[in-house]
Every structure is written in C-alpha cells, then in structure tokens.
Design a protein. Structure first.
Length: 224
C-alpha cells in the first residue's frame, strides 16, 4: 500500500469530524501551518480532493511509505523488547530513563507506567498538561486491551481499512490508537502492564519509549 492510498484510507476510516485532527497528527503540522491551511484547503467537503491529498504528499509526514514493513517492525519491537522480570524498582528505572531521554531531545512529556492495575510511576515534566495525561490513559487502555503497542494498533487499523469503533468496539474517548503506548511483557509470564508517554508527535512518543526500553534491557533495535 503506497502513501497516497494510505492517506486516503485514513480519511475514509475515521468519521469526518476526526479527519482533520488525524491529518494534523499524522503530519506533525504546527499551529501556524494549520492557520495557513484553513485558508487554502477545503476541509469541509466529504470529497477526497486531489489537491488536498497532493498537498499532504508534498508536505511529507511521519506515516511510513510501506505499511507492511512498518507492521513487521512493530511486531519485531514487541518480540525483542521483553523483560526478564519487572519490579517496582524497574518501573522507577524505566521512568527515569524516559525522562532522561526526553530531556536530551528537548521534550516535555508526561509519562506513566502501570502494572497489574497499579500505577508504579508517573511524572509530568514542566510544560506538559492534563491533556497529555488523558492521552496516556487512552494509550494504556489500547495497549492492555489489544496487547500490542498503540502505534501497532494505529497502523493495523489503517492497513486493514478498519474502524476503531465499528470493528473493534473501542471508543475514541477511552482508547487511543496512536503512538506512545507500549506493552510491558515479562518473559514466561506475558503482558503485565503498559508504559505510555504523551506530548511529542505520536511516532516520536513511540520512539522515545522503545529507545528507553531497549537501552534499559540492553537489546539493539538495529535488528528490528
């Protein structure tokens, strides 16, 4: 599936009221660019105008060109990034690792780690807000229901042309099919919880998590 077809599929999968916000998230469009686009692009029409699609193709964006490869990478990450055990101390170590890496990237994120229904770590960096905490809850719910990363869920929906509510019966108010949530998988036990962060463009949220976990457990993602 090429980029053009995937973008059109996104517009078809989500109800019209979500299309614009989804496009902004996908392409990491800034507030200034949004104002510019509102003057130039007709978002109100149900028709998928060629000029509209062409603009986003020219703009670029974070959606991978080859969805098959993207999904294979998500599966590989979930196979490689597993813990031998995961204690409260491990939650603290992982949480602080994410904070450290976020600071290195100049990002102000909110982070949460939940295991077996218990919140083991939560930190909101200066600059984050309540909205980020709400997204964290949605991402963690998605991970603990689907047992895959929230980015994996997002890409799977697009690849299969499915709707989160109609096909999975997961409403968008409580479940976030968007990058930034990752399963905590203990070898020999299974998935015991989820770690999530929010504030960056969603694929960067995902990358922050997998980079932190891979460094903590000493697994190279170059294989993924």
């Amino acid at each position: 599936m090429d980029w053009t077809r995937m973008f059109i599929q996104v517009l078809r999968v989500y109800p019209q009221r979500f299309c614009l916000n989804r496009a902004y998230i996908l392409l990491n469009i800034s507030f200034t660019e949004k104002k510019h686009l509102r003057k130039k692009v007709d978002y109100g029409s149900f028709k998928r105008k060629k000029t509209r699609v062409e603009y986003f193709i020219q703009k670029g964006g974070s959606l991978m060109n080859n969805m098959t490869e993207a999904l294979a990478r998500r599966r590989k990450e979930e196979e490689l990034l597993r813990f031998a055990s995961f204690s409260n101390e491990d939650a603290l170590t992982l949480g602080l690792k994410i904070v450290e890496k976020a600071k290195q990237r100049g990002a102000a994120v909110a982070i949460d780690i939940e295991v077996n229904g218990n919140q083991l770590f939560h930190y909101a960096m200066p600059g984050s807000n309540k909205r980020h905490a709400m997204w964290i809850r949605r991402k963690q719910n998605m991970v603990q229901t689907t047992l895959i990363s929230s980015l994996h869920a997002y890409q799977q929906l697009i690849n299969e042309g499915k709707d989160q509510w109609k096909d999975w019966r997961l409403n968008e108010a409580d479940y976030g099919a968007i990058g930034g949530g990752f399963p905590i998988h203990v070898i020999g036990t299974g998935i015991v919880g989820a770690v999530a962060c929010s504030a960056l463009p969603h694929e960067e949220d995902h990358r922050l998590l997998v980079d932190s976990i891979s460094e903590m457990i000493g697994v190279s993602l170059d294989e993924a």
